[in-house]
Design a binder for this molecule. Structure first.
Ligand SMILES: [Zn+2]
Length: 123
């Protein structure tokens, strides 16, 4: 192998290593952004689950208390009112973009309408 060729080869290698190095730097930036986004989404998810619990759980509790604490004749009417209210809450949640079906309950709807949710709403 001629001396000149070796120097050319080393020169080329050096250039390639420079490219690899800057690509590595770029990948590190992408990973950093993904980690930050993941963290942000985790926080948002946690927050949304808290809101869901706060909004849905009280409505279910109200249903039970109202059904238990009133006389049978009156209770039937009030019970229907409260059930209607619970239904409204669920319908509202659905229209805010969350699943209310047993399958994906509480998850964000990402692909438009959900047949499970709709069949639940139409009951
Ligand atoms: Zn659903």
């Amino acid at each position: 192998m001629e001396k000149k060729n070796i120097f050319v080869l080393i020169q080329e290698l050096e250039t390639q290593m420079g490219h690899v190095h800057s690509e590595l730097g770029g990948l590190k930036l992408v990973i950093k952004e993904l980690l930050e986004e993941n963290h942000r989404l985790s926080l948002e998810n946690e927050q949304l689950r808290k809101i869901l619990k706060r909004e849905v759980a009280p409505a279910e509790l109200e249903n039970q208390v109202a059904l238990q604490s009133v006389s049978p004749i009156k209770g039937e009417m009030q019970g229907e009112d409260v059930v209607g209210e619970g239904y409204d809450n669920l319908a509202r949640l659905y229209h805010e973009g969350f699943h209310i079906c047993n399958v994906y309950y509480g998850h964000l709807r990402t692909e438009g309408d959900c047949l499970f949710c709709l069949s639940f709403l139409n009951k």
